[in-house]
Each structure stands twice: as C-alpha cells, then as structure tokens.
Ligand binder design. Structure first.
Ligand code: NDP
Length: 390
C-alpha cells in the first residue's frame, strides 16, 4: 500500500486524483488531504476517503473544520497553515505527494515533498517556474522522483527516452513540440479582446479546470509557464521548445528525434490519464477515462502561435531567457493580474500589460536562494498591485 498526500485536494486536479485513487483501494491509501478555505468540500472528501490528516491553510477555516469534523464523529487530525501543509508533504508513511495547490502558495509544501525524497506528482507548475534551479537541485539532492502531471509534460515524459537526463542532443532528441489548444479566444477578433468577461475566459473549449489556470489558458500564459516548466523538467533551453497550437487537445505533446521520427501521446482531454500514469509509473493502471475514438474525431489541426494575440507567451519566453528571478517576477505579476481580472478590477488585455510593466520595473537577480526568490515574488506582487490600482 502506498500512502498518498493530496495537496489541493478540493481543486480540479485534487478531485480527479481522488477519483483515480478510489479505483485502486488495494494499491493506495489516502493519508492526508488539504485545502485552503473549502471546509465543506474537504469534509465530504474526508467522509469518503478517511485520511489520517486534514489540513486547511486558512486558520479560521481549520477551526470551523475541526468543529464540524468532531460533530460528524470523523477521526481525523486537523492541522493548519503552512506548517501543516509542509508536515503532511513530508510524513514517513507517505510515498507519493500530489502537488496540486494553485499558484505560489504551493511552493513550500511541494519543496518539502522533494526534500523528504517523495515521489512528487507535479501539477503545481508555478513552484517550478518560480524556483526551477533550486527545486531541481532539491529533487536531485534528496533522491526524490519528479513526475509531471501537466498533460503536455506528462506526454513529453512518455515520449522521451528513459535516459533524457543525459541531455536532449545526446539522446537524439531535436525538439519538444508543446501543444496548446489556443483557449477560448483563439479566433476572437483582436479588437474584441478588451471586452471579454471572466465568464468567457474561464469557459475553456476542451478542459475543465480551476479558474486561475483557465484564465492562464485564455491568455496563453499557461503555455508560457509550461515552456519554462519544460526547460527545467527536461533540461533544455527555450529554443528547444516549439509551441504548436492544436485546437482539438487530443495530441498532448510530441517529441521530435534527429532521425525525423516524431513520437506523440494522444488521449481524450481528461486529467485522470496523466494522474494515473504518474501514480503507477512505470506500471499502468485504469484511470476511468474513455477510449479515444479516432473515427469520431476525424481530423487534427495545427497552427503556429500568434504572439501578437498572446503577448503573455512572448513574456514567458523572454523571462526564461533572462533567467534568475525573472520567471518568479512573471509568475507573481500574473497571479496578481489574473486575480484582479477575475474580480473585474482589470480588463483582459491589461493582464499582459501589468506583467510587462512589472518585469520592466523590477530587475531580475540571480536566484541563488529560496529567500531571494520569495523576495522577488513579494516585490513583484507589490509592484503589480500598484499597476492594477492605477
Ligand atoms: P483549483 O483552483 O481547482 O484548486 C486549487 C487547490 O489549491 C484547492 O484545493 C484550493 O483549496 C487550494 N489552494 C488555493 N489557494 C491555496 C493556498 N493559499 N494555500 C493552500 N491551498 C490553496 O486549481 P486546479 O486544480 O485547476 O490547479 C491546481 C494546480 O495544477 C495549478 O498549479 C495548475 O496550474 C495545475 N494544473 C491544473 C490542471 C487542470 O486541469 N486543472 C492541468 C495542469 C496543471 P480551496 O478549495 O480551499 O480553495
């Protein structure tokens, strides 16, 4: 039995993870579930999955949860705050940690799982974007296993040779082809983008996801964060990663080899596939995802990315090329701008403007320590909040 902690259990990835785990009770035991403020949802998950620990990052929510859990007669130890998250990411009885907290809030618990030498199932791409070099160093130093959950990176991982750590050129890989759906505004007239609403932005054509990543998909910042994530996971440069717009989202990404071969991973757009793959790797287990019907699908389309329509993608390529704390600044400004957009305090096209101005205002430093990264994150948020207010 493998003990599993699900960080961000109440979110979209968390719910899909619990669905897969519940299909294999002989193989996995849920040890800890975490949320921020989602008391009712976490309580229901605890009733079904009976974890030993429940963590709420928010202290008031934790107090409310404790009272409700006691009333319901649930035998669960309730923890709170960042210390609680770090603790359940590092427990001896846990072998695998699903890192599915959204945003920078996931960095410290995800790092804790790496430092404890766990198998880290990485959905929280923001952690790697912020602190790529430091994060990868912790993984190596503590013998952790890092398996990507992002469907694109999971696909790339499946198409890569096992020894890709030697360097892409050494193993005959010439390029990573990172697919992108193009989101809900792929063909919206450019002059209408200023007017789009949060409701339109979160209505992704193919994937059902949390609100923040849905907006990131609409601006294509999500793809930009994924380019950065791919550079760290696969030890390559941004020039090795070509974004390919593929509106059907059935090819989850591809790897091109020097002999002209292109390997692709395909499937229905359902996150339970990469989750099941990473949980069981190198074995395969059922995920509950329906078989792909190629006859119903009939065609695949491909387009080059449009950097004018999606300036966030260009900003992300620029940030990883600059290096140091630039990706952390990009990520922090993006989180502030997306939250303001969802709150109707900022227009859709102003998201990229806020990020670009923050990157111009705050110089990138060498990301020599976690403290430096967290300080860049803090300063970038302050500056971006100032631009949102103006
Ligand atoms: P959701 O918004 O659906 O869920 C986020 C989870 O994080 C919730 O459990 C939430 O708790 C918790 N959370 C939010 N803020 C905090 C905080 N400050 N401290 C602790 N916990 C917090 O997000 P998704 O599931 O969509 O995405 C999770 C991560 O996975 C993101 O990094 C995203 O980029 C990545 N990802 C998601 C994909 C998807 O299909 N959804 C695909 C690929 C990657 P609460 O419910 O209490 O708010």
């Amino acid at each position: 039995m493998i003990g599993v902690t699900v960080l961000g259990a109440t979110g979209s990835i968390g719910v899909s993870t619990l669905d897969v785990l519940a299909r294999h009770p002989e193989r996995y035991r849920v040890v800890a579930l975490t949320a921020n403020t989602g008391v009712e949802r976490l309580l229901e998950q605890c009733r079904v999955h009976r974890p030993r620990y429940a963590v709420l990052a928010d202290e008031a929510a934790a107090a409310r949860f404790s009272a409700l859990a006691a009333d319901a007669g649930l035998a669960v130890e309730v923890l709170s705050g960042n210390d609680g998250l770090v603790k359940v990411a590092s427990l001896d009885e846990v072998g695998q940690v699903m890192a599915a907290i959204v945003g920078a809030a996931g960095l410290l618990p995800t790092l804790a799982a790496a430092r404890a030498g766990k198998r880290v199932l990485l959905a929280n791409k923001e952690a790697l974007v912020m602190s790529g070099a430091l994060f990868m160093e912790e993984v190596r130093a503590h013998g952790a296993e890092l398996l990507p959950i992002d469907s694109e990176h999971n696909a790339i991982f499946q198409c890569m040779p096992g020894d890709f750590g030697r360097g892409l050129a050494q193993v005959g890989v010439s390029r990573i082809l990172l697919t992108a759906s193009g989101g809900p505004f792929r063909s919206t007239p450019l002059d209408q983008l200023t007017e789009v609403t949060p409701e339109q932005a979160v209505a992704h054509p193919n994937w059902s996801m949390g609100r923040k990543i849905s907006v990131d998909s609409a601006t294509m910042m999500n793809k930009g964060l994924e380019v950065i994530e791919a550079c760290w996971l696969f030890g390559c440069s941004p020039d090795d990663v070509q974004v390919v717009v593929h509106p059907q989202s059935v090819i989850h990404s591809m790897v091109q080899y020097s002999d002209g071969s292109v390997l692709a991973e395909l499937g229905n757009p359902d996150m339970r596939t990469p989750i099941a793959h990473a949980l069981a790797w190198p074995e395969r287990i059922a995920s509950g995802v329906a078989d792909l019907d190629l006859f119903a699908l009939a065609r695949f389309d491909f387009e080059a990315p449009d950097f004018e329509r999606f300036p966030c993608l260009r900003l992300a390529y620029d940030a990883i090329r600059t290096g140091g704390t630039a990706p952390a600044i990009l990520n922090a400004a993006n989180e502030v701008a997306v939250a303001a957009f969802l709150d109707r305090r900022l227009g859709f096209t102003a998201i990229a403007e806020v990020i670009e101005r923050t990157l111009t205002e705050l110089d990138a430093a060498d990301a020599v320590s976690l403290e430096v990264v967290l300080e860049a994150d803090r300063r970038a948020r302050e500056i971006a909040i100032g631009f949102v207010r103006k």
